[in-house]
Structures are given as structure tokens and as C-alpha cells.
Ligand binder design. Structure first.
Ligand code: HEC
Length: 126
């Protein structure tokens, strides 16, 4: 085998190894970021998301001082903002809505999809 062929072979092996590594990385990240949309409930999914990212300003005790009086702790309050479209508007940062969390990072795609799923399922108190 001449030198050029050897060099080409080495480049090819590195290239193939590189592709394999990329695939493995992609596969791993897909597994680690899997999002459960099958068991979405108000108590186990929606409320914990709001608690983590919104209660600092919108719980029953913080709403008056930090959340402009907007409460997102009780089911009926959340249901109202879900049904009039404001909840998804603010978390998706849609134009015409105040982007929420106020001054914080946007919710993850998974969290946004889970909120949407709960709404699509009928905003149940489950
Ligand atoms: C740091 C405080 C803070 C956090 C955290 C926060 N908000 Fe707000 N939110 C506000 C304030 C203040 C307002 C009043 C609107 C204004 O004038 O900015 C508001 C308004 C709203 C409104 C009413 C919008 C309208 O057009 O009537 C909704 C709905 C809302 N927030 C949802 C959320 C949700 C959902 C989260 C969590 C993902 C969240 N907020 C996190 C402070 C916060």
C-alpha cells in the first residue's frame, strides 16, 4: 500500500469514528432529555412547575407583594389563566403577552409541552 492510500485510510477511520461518537452523544442526550407527556396531572406536573418557577411571585402569599395580585396556586386560578390562553401566552413568550417568569429564564420545552398537554387534556383537577 502506498503512503497516500495509508493516509486516506487513516483519515477515513478517524471520520467514521467521529460519526459514531456523534451518534452516541445524540442518542444519550435524547434519552436524558426525554419528556413524559403521558402522565400529566395538575397535582404531580402542573403545580410543581408553577411552584418552582412562579410561586416566588404568584403563590397565595406572594401574589400581592410581588405578582401584581395574580395567583397561580389554587386549581381554579390556574384553570382560568389556562382557559383564556394567557398562561400559555406568557410561558411561550408569545407576542402580545408579558414574558414569564418575570426577569427569569424561560421554562424548558418539556415543561411548556407538559402545561400544553394538561390544557389539551381538558385542564382537569387531577
Ligand atoms: C419575579 C416575579 C415573577 C415571577 C417569578 C413570575 N411572575 Fe408572572 N407576573 C409578575 C408580575 C409583577 C406581573 C404583573 C405584570 C406586569 O406588569 O409586569 C405578572 C403577571 C403575570 C400574569 C398576568 C399576565 C396578564 O397579561 O394578565 C401571568 C398569567 C403570569 N404572570 C404568569 C406567570 C407564570 C406562569 C410564571 C412562572 C412560569 C410567572 N408568572 C413568574 C411577576 C412574576
Amino acid at each position: 500500500m502506498n503512503r497516500i492510500l495509508k493516509a486516506l485510510l487513516i483519515v477515513l477511520i478517524i471520520f467514521i469514528a467521529g460519526c459514531y461518537y456523534d451518534n452516541e452523544e445524540k442518542l444519550y442526550s435524547e434519552i436524558s432529555t426525554s419528556c413524559d407527556l403521558n402522565n400529566v396531572t395538575f397535582a404531580a406536573t402542573v403545580k410543581p412547575i408553577l411552584q418552582a418557577s412562579c410561586f416566588a411571585c404568584h403563590s397565595n402569599s406572594t401574589a400581592t407583594s410581588s405578582g401584581n395580585g395574580i395567583r397561580l396556586e389554587n386549581y381554579t386560578d390556574v384553570q382560568n389563566f389556562a382557559k383564556n390562553g394567557i398562561l400559555m401566552g406568557v410561558v411561550k413568550h408569545s407576542s402580545g403577552y408579558l414574558p414569564m417568569p418575570d426577569g427569569g429564564g424561560k421554562l424548558s420545552d418539556c415543561e411548556i409541552n407538559q402545561l400544553q398537554k394538561w390544557i389539551d387534556n381538558g385542564t382537569l383537577n387531577n
